[in-house]
Write a protein that binds this ligand. Structure first.
Ligand SMILES: *Cc1c(COP(=O)(O)O)cnc(C)c1O
Length: 397
């Protein structure tokens, strides 16, 4: 080798083995080398016994997958570039033309949009069910039903469903079926900490790692965790064919968030309950929705099945406030910023038009709704911010 470029590309130096530190290494690759042709022909990537191509996993992504599977109490995990791509991966892994999909009426909006546009165009029908009524789920299952999404609690309105009852409906329907119905939980809210998805009987647990596991509001990622090897295989092969993968730097960011995951979850849980309870006492507030509050829909199921709650609560204002006043309330908040997502360091809020996003259930409220996501700021500062915006709203109303 005389050419400097060749020398640099094929450099002989190897750093010694045995480097050990807190953070796992960040391994980046498209190409992965094989020692010989036999290895190139035979190396299998599916059982994580080795490496074949960056898209099929590197030490960094394997480590993150194992840790997410552990958090969720499952056995297998695949990573996707966003929470939403993890949702669509589950749909595409299990649904074929002619199949039917059932989605809770209060589900994460883009989950519904993927079904109503993309899946529909491929000949896969979907229907919405009332997640608070297992009998409604039972009534909507047909011989073509193949997949049922569950979300606990619902994205904006935070009703906590009776997961074991929904799973029991699916298991009953599966008696004697050759292609059993699969249950998939969007477990972003619970993050694997509030309750064990597999203990409650679901088949597949999907998460937006964008939220708690990252915790930084600076990375997008999703995961699909399974306990059953056959289900994992289906997800893994669809994942490979779709060409889904995550970058090592993004995996590194999520790995960096995991050691503080339980501490952040607990701290945000405590602050959220405090603020939600306080909001309930404020004039002008019709109802506060949070599964840990008595009277919030699904509170009993949450108490029985969960041991913690995430950083979200929603406030329904009294009817006397117009949507313009509710919007002005949001604009007036200083610490609660306007924006999507949650579980990052900064508190967020956003108004929602709930009747516009419901089709299978009746929304009982007339006043405007604002969803709050509590960050890691001081609780008293957040309360003072809410108080100033509320007080201006009331004096305007
Ligand atoms: C945020 C979120 C998702 C999607 O995650 P992205 O990474 O933003 O695509 C899915 N489900 C729920 C419940 C979420 O809150």
């Amino acid at each position: 080798m005389t050419d400097l470029s060749t020398q640099l590309i094929h450099h002989a130096y190897r750093a010694p083995d045995g480097f050990d530190a807190v953070a796992p290494g960040v391994h980046k690759a498209s190409t992965v080398f094989f020692p010989n042709v036999k290895a190139l022909r035979t190396q299998d990537w599916k059982d994580k016994s080795g490496y074949t191509y960056g898209l099929h996993g590197t030490p960094t992504t394997f480590i993150l997958e194992e840790r997410i599977a552990t958090i969720e109490g499952g056995r297998y995990c695949v990573l996707a570039p966003s929470g939403l791509s993890a949702v669509s991966l589950v749909d595409m892994a299990f649904l074929r033309q002619g199949d039917e999909l059932l989605i809770p009426d209060n589900a994460y909006g883009p989950n519904k949009a993927f079904a109503s546009v993309e899946l529909k165009a491929w000949g896969i029908e979907h229907r919405y069910y009332d997640p608070m009524d297992p009998a409604d789920l039972a009534a909507k299952i047909t011989p073509a039903t193949r997949l049922v999404w569950i979300e606990a609690p619902g994205s904006i309105t935070l009703e906590f469903p009776d997961i074991p009852a929904l799973v029991a409906v699916i298991r009953r329907a599966n008696e004697g079926r050759s292609r059993p119905i699969i249950s998939a939980l969007d477990n972003t809210w619970g993050a694997g900490l509030a309750f064990g998805a597999f203990e409650l009987g679901v088949d597949v647990s999907m998460q937006a790692l964008t939220k708690y596991p990252s915790g930084g509001a600076d990375v997008l990622m999703g995961s699909v965790v399974t306990a059953d090897e056959d289900l994992h295989r289906q997800v893994l092969l669809t994942h490979m064919r779709l060409g889904l993968g995550v970058g090592a730097n993004d995996a590194e960011l999520v790995l960096r968030g995991l050691p503080t995951l339980t501490l952040r979850y607990q701290a945000q849980d405590a602050a959220t309950r405090e603020l939600a309870t306080w909001m309930q006492t404020q004039p002008g507030v019709a109802q506060v929705l949070h599964p840990a509050l008595a009277g919030s829909p699904g509170h009993e199921a949450w108490r029985r099945d969960a041991r913690a709650a995430a950083c979200l609560f929603s406030v329904v204002f009294e009817e006397r406030f117009s949507q313009a006043q509710v919007d002005a309330f949001c604009d007036r908040l200083q610490l609660f910023r306007l924006g999507w997502s949650w579980a990052g360091p900064i508190s967020l809020c956003a108004p929602y038009d709930v009747p516009a996003i419901r089709s299978a259930t009746r929304w009982p409220h007339k006043g405007g709704l604002v969803r709050f996501a509590v960050g890691l700021e001081g609780e008293e500062d957040l309360k003072a911010d809410l108080a100033q915006a509320l007080s201006t709203m009331r004096s305007d109303g």
